[in-house]
Design a protein around this ligand. Sequence first.
Ligand code: MN
Length: 669
Amino acid sequence: MVEIDTIIREAKQYLPNLNEERVRAAYSFAHEAHKGQYRMDGSPYITHPLSLALILSRLHLDEETLIAALLHDVPEDTDAATLEDIEKLFGKKISFIVDGVTKLSKVKYHNNMAERQIESLKKFFLHSAHDLRIILIKLADRLHNMQTLEYFRKDKQLRIARETMEIYVPIANLLGIWEIKSQLEDLAFRYLYPKEFEQISHHMNRISSVHEEAIRKMVQRVEQALKENKISGHIEYRPKNLFGIFQKMISTEKRFEDMNDLLGFRVIVETSSECYQVLGLIHHLFRPKSGRIKDYIALPKVNGYQSLHTTVFGVDGIPTEFQIRTKAMHVSAEYGVAAHYFYKKKSSSKTKPLLERQSYWMQKVIDLQKEIKSNSDFIRNLKVDVFGDRIFVFTPKGDVFDLPDGATGVDFAYHIHSDLGDHGIRIYRNGIEYPITSNLKMGDTVEVIASSKQILPPREWLEKVKTNLAKRKIKEALKKQSKLKQYHEGIKFMKKLLCLYGLGEFEALSAEQKNRLIETFQMKNWHDFLEHVGGGIVSQAEIIEFLHLPQSILGKPHHNKVDYSPLSNVHYRKVEGELIKLSNVKSTTYYRVPLEIQTKNRVGLLRDLSIYLADLGVNIYQIHVQNDPISKQSTIHLIIEVVDLNQLQNVFDSIEAVEGVLQMKRIHP
Ligand code: MN
């Protein structure tokens, strides 16, 4: 059992001026309040707040955080004291933190988060935007609860594990606290995918023992090289994050046996120039794998992470990853935002960029709240704009913009300037011309070509952009056009949509279908509905959803007969980049959808088409090409396999971005 003495000893190592009396007072207070209460594992309740304080002391957090952690469950779980009492005894700051933690405890998560739950989650984010220590305590709270999850009922275990994966892991990632993030991930992994967890951890243990000798040799050789070059630093063998391996297996569709760089080392030195020097030394010792060198020192990750990564063929040719970083980078990487409290007195200048980044994210949360009215949209946007994977994109002058993964040229243009967005027509991506709606990739240099002839952004863009900013700007621009123009745009949009999905002629829409749309979107009449479509108020996905049943578009379902039992034989499929959807993978249902695509006849078109589809994880079941020598055009008949409507929509967006594609539609053969 954790003792208060241990925590005080730990804390004094980095807080020489710790007010020991105050910490002990908080402990006695909590101890008294929780008397007679027990945890699920049968231990006295006080072990829980003590464990939190211990976790937080390992992150080198300040005195107030440790005290608040000790008190965090008192107002909520006991009748011993209210928040006011805590304020009187320990001060306003501490009661504010305890209050923030208590509020989040009231947020109960279910598979489908109800409005009320989303509302409290939103409150929590706003509350903690004022004091990040609230989130840190909550993360420690969750970590300890996950560590003792085995004593819970099975359905509760699953719910808590899923909630951890969906809410707390992204938060830890956002704050750059790798240590907590990977622990939470692996703990949740164990409950969500028990079989896979078992197998991967078994494999990993085996690898460490089989390659013990090779690991020892590699450490030796690198240490020797450091010594010869008079670089003071140390190297450590790094056990890999199990869930990280699982994720990689899914994204690369590889079996465990085919995974690269299962061995990992970390070299920690003093200065960043030494990092580059060590990279050279390692490449001299071991042959590097091409394309696997990443310089996150010159180009840090969005959460501030800095390091050099390289994969080499190590001793016995075993693929091995090295991470090379300075001490300061190491502390930031492990402790993230918590490092700020650790470094506060020592050197404020070094940690400033990291801190600015984090407060920038918090500012984004607050901005989102101002802009977005609906709660579920708030969470969705939060996921994309704040928690989602980010990419860096450059202007030709070298300015960096960070955008969510999947952002298009339109998003980029609007982030530079709303005028450039409104009038943008094409982009040059790394010097090659692409449609402005095509997706951008990490590291692209993008130039936007604008034309004054384009007065308004096209209505379709709304369905293609990823960022909230671009959506808002497009809607603002569309609103400026006259009602009549909106009405005509609405008709144009509907015609195109119906044709694309093979849903028949616009003129042939039945009165019943029209009425359904009018009622669903609470419009006055059909004219009113079309006006709103043209004005960007009603989205394509919504129209499709209510106009037709998905089955009538997708056709008859097929079932995948892949045997998912032994992990080593499984090829996972990544569904839309979202991992949590994997639970569905075991019962994959898919649909064969026939498409007809008109294209220019150019070299490499089919290759590009299949690359775009493969990127989406979409299989081509059948393909047939017909060339017309006179018009130099081709008609491609394609049957693709998609898992749902959403994926079909992504297919349409992607195909449209392939150079040379003139027109496409879903057909009924
Ligand atoms: Mn708690």
